[in-house]
Design a protein around this ligand. Structure first.
Ligand code: AMP
Ligand code: MN
Ligand code: MN
Ligand code: MN
Length: 278
């Protein structure tokens, strides 16, 4: 076996493969379990589970929620939630509205900056109903406004750009509580991607733990050895579960493949043990 992958995006958010295609690919690569963790939606789970049964691969529930902690936009992963968590579903519906409002404002700003992009074009560009900056970047590339999606992020879609509009999100504590109320395990996604130094991260993780955080994504596709060692240190210091995954997005993030044997099965066993203890 080649381990597992607990952080994957499908066409239900900003990935380019369907949940069934992801499960098939994971099976081909010899993974034994996956979790589809789309942004702010849970909807890919059912298709993934059906495919998992067909191909003989374990599929666990997952979601990646955007949240704010002080001034930092962070992402909280929820795993092993109930299979049909109403509480999460109604929350996710509110998020869809926030996304639409944010995207309309961002398209307006891009129009003011001279780009001819409409909200309807953007909607057509995404197959499902979660629209993200990834889709805006892809549309800008398709219209030859930028050479690559990465360049669209660097120049127009990141927090330092005039055309950027932040999304309204809930606080970290509330988001963690929501996942836990849905029966899930709440963990901090890709800790080193928030632009914080290690000491700043240490402080933030300590405060998130006090808010109910249960784990931290120490094993991640773009972590350096030093990042991984530092995050494992934080998991021990704050008694947090270790979790891990690739953040695979298919062709929207071509440099990242499904996790290749760096997330062992024991990670999932430990998450399940924690869930049982609670
Ligand atoms: P949103 O949730 O609409 O704010 O979009 C966030 C998504 O954009 C993330 O989940 C990533 O998939 C993608 N993203 C963020 N920053 C970058 C970047 N610098 N390059 C490429 N993709 C990015
Ligand atoms: Mn994404
Ligand atoms: Mn994320
Ligand atoms: Mn992600």
């Amino acid at each position: 076996m080649n381990g597992i992958d607990l952080h994957i995006h499908s066409t239900f958010s900003d990935g380019t493969l369907t949940p069934a295609e992801i499960v098939m690919l994971a099976k081909q690569k010899g993974l034994s379990a996956v979790s589809i963790t789309d942004h702010d939606t849970f909807d890919g789970f059912y298709e993934a589970t059906a495919a998992g049964e067909q191909y003989g691969l374990e599929v666990i529930t997952g979601i990646e929620l955007s949240a704010v902690f002080e001034d930092v936009q962070i992402h909280i992963l929820g795993h092993l939630t109930d299979d049909n968590p109403d509480v999460l579903r109604s929350f996710a519906d509110g998020f869809k509205k926030n996304r639409i409002e944010r995207n309309i404002l961002m398209v307006e700003k891009l129009n003011e900056a001279g780009f001819q992009i409409t909200f309807d074009e953007l909607k057509e560009f995404s197959k499902e109903d979660i629209l993200s900056r990834t889709h805006i970047a892809q549309l800008m590339k398709k219209k030859n406004y930028v050479p690559t999606a990465r360049e669209a992020f660097r120049r127009y879609l990141s927090p330092w750009c005039n055309t950027y509009v932040p999304m309204k999100s809930f606080g970290a504590g509330q988001t963690i509580e929501l996942i836990r109320n849905a029966g899930g395990i709440a963990t901090l996604a890709h800790p080193v991607l928030y632009g914080l130094s290690y000491p700043e991260l240490d402080e933030m993780v300590g405060e998130l733990k006090a808010l109910g955080l249960q784990g931290i994504e120490c094993l991640y596709s773009t972590h350096t050895e030093k990042d991984e060692a530092e995050m494992l240190r934080l998991s021990e210091k704050y008694d947090l579960c270790v979790t891990g995954g690739s953040d695979f997005h298919g062709a929207s993030r071509p440099d990242v493949d499904l996790a290749d044997n760096y997330v062992p099965e024991t990670v999932l066993e430990n998450l399940k043990k924690l869930k049982k203890r609670l």
